[in-house]
Write a protein that binds this ligand. Structure first.
Ligand SMILES: Nc1ncnc2c1ncn2[C@@H]1O[C@H](COP(=O)(O)OP(=O)(O)OP(=O)(O)O)[C@@H](O)[C@H]1O
Ligand SMILES: [Mg+2]
Length: 248
């Protein structure tokens, strides 16, 4: 579904992406892991068309989105649901309004919108009466679930999650893991997850890709990554301060 080839991006003299190659298969959960500053968010922004690469290509359903003009990119953006770090809800809107904001179909009646909002909240396990609540009254885990409800309300083909379990206790993190798996399975969505959390990566992923030094240095099913002999990947998954990885 998404093919990234030889993607390069520098800011001023700083090279962030130095030849990223990655295939994201339809209907699967692909997780991108890597140290802080390794370029995960920069890669994320390229996939949704927010940043243009210096060179290389990103094909989505066969179309190279790096070649599109802004107006054409809009069609691509419609395919994506986004769950940003921390949820990024609108504080001055109710939960229901936040979820409704995700719906990108202009011709719906108010009743249809409210039905989609209810269904989306139900899918993430939140009660319907949470509709009128303001985001600042919610726990971190509930905010994440509202953010996921907002992403699925859009009925996207692809959902991208940036650090969906960061800052949550292990139980809530696992609830979010299960939700990512459920959303992926029930709607045949293609999911891309950026995370630091190896427990989460092993649990949810069909494929894990490791970003280091501007490239995907290893990718495979969770067992491939667990059993890797690559010393860089081993250092990261074991969380060792000492090793060959240069952490900036
Ligand atoms: N718009 C920009 N202009 C200049 N430098 C940038 C820009 N965006 C990102 N960078 C640089 O690119 C590098 C990678 O940043 P990025 O945010 O992708 O890291 P990350 O892997 O997402 O890290 P974290 O895990 O901490 O979120 C950093 O050194 C950052 O300073
Ligand atoms: Mg980031």
């Amino acid at each position: 579904m998404i093919q990234i080839r030889d993607l390069h991006k520098s800011f001023a003299r700083k090279k962030v992406l130095a030849g990223v190659d990655l295939d994201i298969e339809p209907g699967q959960i692909t997780t991108i892991i890597g140290a802080s500053g390794s370029g995960k968010s920069v890669l994320f922004k390229h996939i949704i068309g927010l940043l243009k690469p210096d060179s290389g290509s990103i094909r989505i359903d066969g179309e190279d989105i790096t070649k599109l003009r802004e107006r054409e990119l809009y069609r691509t953006v419609l395919k994506f649901g986004m769950v940003f770090q921390g949820g990024a809800l609108f504080d001055s809107l109710t939960v229901g309004e936040n979820v409704a904001f995700g719906i990108m179909k202009p011709d719906l009646t108010a009743a249809e919108v409210s039905r989609i909002v209810s269904l989306s909240l139900d899918q993430v396990g939140l009660p319907d009466d949470i509709n009128q609540v303001m985001p600042n009254e919610l726990s971190g885990g509930m905010k994440k679930r509202v953010a996921i409800a907002r992403a699925i309300a859009k009925d996207p083909q692809i959902i991208m999650y940036d650090e969906p379990t960061t800052g949550l206790d292990p139980i809530m993190a696992d609830i979010i893991n299960n939700l990512i798996i459920k959303v992926n399975g029930s709607s045949k969505i293609t999911s891309i997850v950026i995370t630091h959390n190896m427990v989460s990566a092993y649990k949810i992923s069909d494929k894990i890709a490791v970003l280091y030094d501007g490239r995907i240095i290893e990718s495979g099913v969770p067992d491939d990554i667990k059993n890797t002999r690559n010393p860089f990947v081993r250092q990261f998954i074991e969380g060792q301060a000492d090793g060959p990885m240069q952490i900036r």
